[in-house]
Ligand binder design. Sequence first.
Ligand code: COA
Length: 327
Amino acid sequence: MTGIICGTGSYIPPYSMDNNDIAKLVETSDEWIRERTGVVRRHIIQEETTVSMAAEAGRRALENAGVAPEEVDLILVSTISSNVILPCAACDVQKELGAKNATCFDLNAACTGFLLAYNTAEAYLATGAYKTALVIGSESLSNLTNWKDRGTCILFGDGAGAAVLKTGEGRMYRPVTHSQGHKGEALTCKSRHSSNGLTSHAEPEELTHDEYFMQMDGQAVFKFAVRSVPEVIHEVLRVNEVEQNEIACYVLHQANRRIVEAVAKRLDEPIEKFPMNLQEYGNTSSASIPILLDELNRAGKLEKGSKIVLAGFGAGLTWGASIADWQ
Ligand code: COA
């Protein structure tokens, strides 16, 4: 018994900014951004919120799966950019969709978040605790981006993706995931006061302007990704005794075209097995894997019975890979 993906959905804000728009904000160029990242444009929220995008992606996934909101008994939202601290985004999504029978909670594991949410849903479904899960990644990274920092603002974008998982007969693969908290300084966003001002410090800790937004050691993250992603893919294949040539496609977190190309090279796989859409959306953190999955699904590019690998990596540091049989 395992969780089977039986529907996908996504929501992308219509407003977009191309690299030339970014070059009006910071000293950069379309050519530099394309060459170093592969990103051409990114979509940015206007009226939308993390919750509204999550709910719309979820609604589309349920429609795609032919599942009614009342049938959903678990909603997981992976996000680092929720509108409010309480209530959790998943409860707000429940309200928007009328999924009144669902248990709802959020996960925060940055760009590995969707993968970990997917694994969590799979584990719950395998125990029989729940039968139908809606797993969503939704991000308004534009709210966390320092639009004066050319080292980060060229990379990120907003959007949401979702998958419906139902209990079914199929192979339960063991996921492989890792974390290295001691390397967390490579990618941070400190925009919450870390002192209560009551017992720990006289005054809440003051942050600098830059600390309110994402800060990143780009080269450290790049090296971490190109080393750890191929390793964890090898590991997930090994522990599940799956041969590399059985994998039809690798759905990687969409951070940077050069990272995806380096992973393909290290695995000695053709780049065609690594679909990409980061040129259109930039890095949408935990939304990137389900958005790509939805595009592949709707374009009919995933054959029934084929094996796919999902792999994520990001702040924490966290990373991991899972195998799924496409149904
Ligand atoms: N436009 C123009 N020049 C830029 C620039 C920009 N947007 N950003 C940096 N530069 C400059 C630097 O100042 C530096 O100039 P110098 O040589 O005169 O000092 C030069 O370009 C090279 O900078 P560097 O930081 O070494 O560039 P890079 O090749 O490492 O590319 C990133 C920078 C951010 C694109 C790259 O490191 C990266 O993609 N890292 C991974 C980030 C990521 O994916 N994070 C999310 C993971 S979930």
